[in-house]
Design a protein around this ligand. Structure first.
Ligand SMILES: Cc1cc2nc3c(=O)[nH]c(=O)nc-3n(C[C@H](O)[C@H](O)[C@H](O)COP(=O)(O)OP(=O)(O)OC[C@H]3O[C@@H](n4cnc5c(N)ncnc54)[C@H](O)[C@@H]3O)c2cc1C
Length: 408
């Protein structure tokens, strides 16, 4: 069976659904192909920095989340070796009457408010892309044929790959395979029967080759993470949530402060995951082919990055707004169709590099030689949280701008 569409988005994650919403706001209708039977966001939460809130404002959905999730203005960082703590201020500003800052939002809530903006048939579920072919029509225009696993062929004038880290569209474009950073993260959401009593801020713990922390979402729910150097251990236990939790509480974090262990012990097991942290080498994003004619990529499909600055999802939201704006401008003025990739590639290259560096230094040069690891720790404890991280955190104040009026 052959279906014809104007614009097809492959993948119904944050990038895919946000891009469909952004396109709708500028007057285009897009069809989202999602391999699962429903939208799946995982059970945990995301830190959304100011750049995400600027993008969500452009998408017209920020107000649906700001009343539920509050801004964090402080992070407390404890060095587990020395017991010393440092406080880092997370800035908050007024912009066009809105309070803009960092909020921690449940993944499923974010995906839900975005999906609510779309018409009911916008997302075609159980539609897994298996191969892509480019065809030249008689009038010499190009069309892309997307072959799905149920035998359907979807022909589209524009294809946007939002199919995540292992993107088939990125592979088709010739972008490099994401690399394993050598670090992995365990993450989960804890639910307390009553008020947990933790102050609403980002609690972080640093050890040798380890970084962990938690962030309360409200008085009963807490999002937490534990990042460490990858080992064969995770392959053995990562399929069983019970074993993952036991590994954290009885082994990896057994000497952690009681606050962290209390949070971990309240984990909702269905939210628990253990995954290696991957990224695309920044120079491939800066110089590689992220677009070929009418095919491009957004979100993790374009710029997988380690989560150390919490920017993967935030920058996917920026992508959505910029891509819709560029498509609408190209439609109205026949502007250069490479505008989107040109506008995004250096921005996301900086975020990939900044995230990797921030993770490497904060985990005291994970995987590095002992003397160098000690030197990195020394620098981290004296300078990183005072000078370097606040500078990196400034990267997150970028406003991707508004969306233009709808295309007629
Ligand atoms: C531990 C951890 C913590 C993080 N913390 C943060 C944070 O605090 N803040 C932040 O902004 N980001 C964070 N991130 C990053 C963030 O989760 C990702 O950047 C974001 O989810 C990317 O969204 P996406 O839509 O591009 O990809 P995905 O969420 O992976 O979505 C891809 C979608 O495409 C679908 N798909 C894949 N292949 C196909 C196919 N062949 N056919 C059809 N459909 C397909 C998938 O089913 C999926 O629905 C974190 C990541 C990790 C691992």
């Amino acid at each position: 069976m052959v279906e014809n569409e104007e614009i097809v988005i492959v993948g119904g994650g944050i990038a895919g659904v946000a891009t469909a919403v952004a396109l709708k706001r500028v007057g285009f209708r897009a069809r989202v192909l999602e391999r699962h039977q429903e939208l799946r966001a995982g059970g945990t939460a995301l830190n959304l920095s100011p750049n995400a809130w600027f993008a969500l404002r452009a998408l017209g959905v920020d107000h649906k989340l700001t009343s539920t999730y509050q801004i964090f203005t402080k992070s407390l960082i404890t060095n587990l070796e020395t017991g010393a703590t440092q406080e880092m201020v997370l800035p908050m500003k007024k912009d066009r009457g809105d309070d803009i800052g960092t909020r921690c939002v449940k993944r499923e809530a974010l995906l839900k408010v975005l999906a609510e903006e779309l018409p009911p048939d916008a997302i075609r579920f159980s539609s897994k892309l298996i191969s892509i072919k480019s065809e030249i029509l008689e009038d010499s225009s190009k069309i892309t044929a997307l072959h799905l696993d149920d035998g359907t062929i979807v022909k589209a004038k524009v294809v946007i790959g939002c199919d995540g880290v292992h993107s088939a569209v990125a592979q088709w474009l010739g972008l490099s395979q994401p690399l394993n950073s050598g670090r992995s993260a365990v993450y989960g959401l804890s639910v307390f029967p009553e008020d947990h009593g933790f102050e609403m801020m980002v609690w972080q713990y640093l050890g040798v080759g380890i970084r962990a922390g938690f962030i309360p979402l409200n008085s009963r729910e807490v999002n937490w993470f534990f990042v460490h150097e990858s080992s064969s251990l995770e392959q053995d236990v990562s399929r069983s949530p019970e074993m993952i939790l036991k590994e954290i509480t009885d082994n990896l974090a057994k000497d952690f402060p009681s606050n962290f262990l209390t949070v971990a012990k309240h984990t909702d097991l269905s939210s628990l995951a253990w995954a290696p942290l991957r990224f695309r080498v920044p120079w491939n994003v800066a110089l590689g082919r992220a677009q070929d004619g009418n095919v491009t990529v957004a979100g993790d499909a374009m710029h997988p990055m380690t989560p150390d600055l919490g920017q993967g999802g935030c920058s996917a939201l920026e992508d959505a707004v910029v891509l819709a704006r560029c498509l609408s401008q190209a439609h109205k003025t026949a502007a250069d169709d490479k505008q989107y990739v040109d506008e995004r590639r250096w921005r996301v290259t900086g975020l990939i590099a900044g995230s990797w560096l921030s993770g490497w230094v904060q985990q005291s040069g994970s995987g590095a030689q002992k003397w160098w690891s000690g030197a990195t720790r020394w620098i981290r404890d004296r300078y990183i949280y005072k000078f370097v991280l606040p500078w990196l955190v400034d990267l997150v104040w970028k406003d991707c701008g508004d969306l233009s009026s709808p295309v007629k």
